[in-house]
Design a binder for this molecule. Structure first.
Ligand SMILES: C[S@@+](CC[C@H](N)C(=O)[O-])C[C@H]1O[C@@H](n2cnc3c(N)ncnc32)[C@H](O)[C@@H]1O
Ligand code: SF4
Length: 368
């Protein structure tokens, strides 16, 4: 029998859609936890993972995201981690998203045993009033928690959100100070987005106004820099070059595979999204919405992703991908933006300045 040639894709995303509570800002594909649903979902996900093992070469990065992967029982985690162990390259980065209240010694031991080497913990805020406002009203000693996590997994990220209605500038400072006290090497910090599909939207919750958001963002960047963090992406900060390899792959607009409900992937100039329907999924149906990425769309995605990066993109790479000359193609725009101090060219890379990154949406409009 002819041996199947496996396809090479660097990254894999695995979606676990279950949550114990729904946060009012959340727009991700998620379902309230139910033991029976989880059982059925893991069964189907296992089939997808086995099919991935058959068709693809080993991955450089795997990201188990949600929803809340950490609410899975140790048995369910073991079921998927056994396969994940077989489909990862030796030095691959394997990340799991965890909610603080789910982290136990038993789970940490299991994650370590199966080679999970990066953990992303959704703290969102250290402020008890804000946590209450976002339906995450638990009391956790984060310092003891992180100390415990460090015994098993060294590469830790924390997610924070800023721009809540009742969050003062002082509250933001407290959150950042608390983060620094954790002594970890990665922070993702996002401004609160009130999306149409969220509970906050239906309650008429308003996003922070642009002026305040800018004041908060500028403070975040300067505070984190003072504390030894490099902003390598608009919302992501790392110490000692502990960048997220998986997310860098997204931001470099490279190919990635995705499995699980509502998960999105990008392969061979096609973006795809698996139907978010749980019923279809557990009945073995994978309805996939595909979008063919023609050259002009590819350019749009290229700018949207690469310009988020502090380093920007290599001009030669752009010229090669789009068979063009970037500096000629956008000459007037680049001249204008440079004069305003919003973009720069350094060592063959085109990128936004600090001021440019702070108003990235406006810059993107010039290129797409
Ligand atoms: C999809 S969530 C999953 C992680 C995990 N379930 C949790 O809640 O921590 C990934 C991260 O996206 C961020 N996020 C989700 N919704 C957001 C929103 N509406 N505005 C800003 N950040 C958001 C949060 O920081 C969250 O930790
Ligand atoms: S933010 Fe996280 S825990 Fe909250 S509903 Fe969304 S996925 Fe679930």
């Amino acid at each position: 029998m002819k041996k199947r040639i496996k396809k090479k894709i660097s990254s894999l995303y695995i979606h676990i859609p279950f949550c114990s509570k729904i946060c009012p800002y959340c727009d991700f594909v998620k379902l309230i936890k139910n033991d029976n649903f989880i059982e059925q979902y893991i069964k189907e996900l296992t089939k997808d993972l086995l099919s991935v093992e058959n068709k693809f070469k080993k991955f450089k990065s795997i990201y188990i995201g949600g929803g809340t992967p950490s609410i899975l029982s140790c048995d369910h985690l073991k079921t998927i981690l056994r396969i994940i162990k077989r489909i990862r390259r030796k030095n691959a980065e394997i990340t799991i998203e965890c909610n603080p209240e789910d982290i136990t010694i038993e789970k940490l031991k299991l994650l370590k045993k199966y080679g999970i080497n990066r953990i992303s913990i959704g703290i969102q805020s250290f402020d008890q009033n804000i946590l209450k406002e976002i339906n995450r009203d638990y009391k956790i000693d984060y310092f003891s928690l992180i100390k415990l996590v460090k015994q098993y997994i060294k590469n830790i990220n924390v997610d924070l959100i800023y721009g809540f209605k009742n969050q003062s500038f002082n509250d933001l400072k407290n959150d950042l100070n608390n983060f620094i006290r954790l002594d970890i090497s990665h922070l993702s910090i996002y401004s609160l987005i009130v999306d149409k599909n969220s509970i906050f939207y239906n309650q008429g919750y308003k996003e922070q106004n642009e002026d305040d958001s800018r004041i908060f963002y500028d403070y975040i960047v300067s505070f984190l820099r003072k504390n030894g963090f490099e902003r390598y992406e608009i919302s992501n900060f790392a110490k000692n070059k502990k960048y997220s390899k998986h997310n860098l792959n997204y931001w470099k607009n490279s190919n990635y595979l995705a499995i699980g409900i509502g998960a999105s992937g990008y392969i061979d100039d096609t973006r795809y999204r698996i139907s978010p329907s749980f019923n279809l999924y557990i009945n073995g149906k994978r309805e996939i919405e595909k979008e063919n990425i023609n050259s002009s769309l590819k350019k749009e995605y290229f700018f949207i992703t690469n310009l988020r990066l502090e380093k920007g993109f290599k001009i030669k790479e752009y010229n090669k991908i789009f068979k063009s000359n970037f500096l000629n193609e956008f000459k007037n725009i680049i001249d204008d933006l440079s004069k305003e101090g919003l973009v720069k060219i350094k060592k063959g890379y085109f990128s936004c300045t600090d001021e440019g990154l702070a108003i990235l949406d406006r810059i993107l409009l010039k290129f797409i």
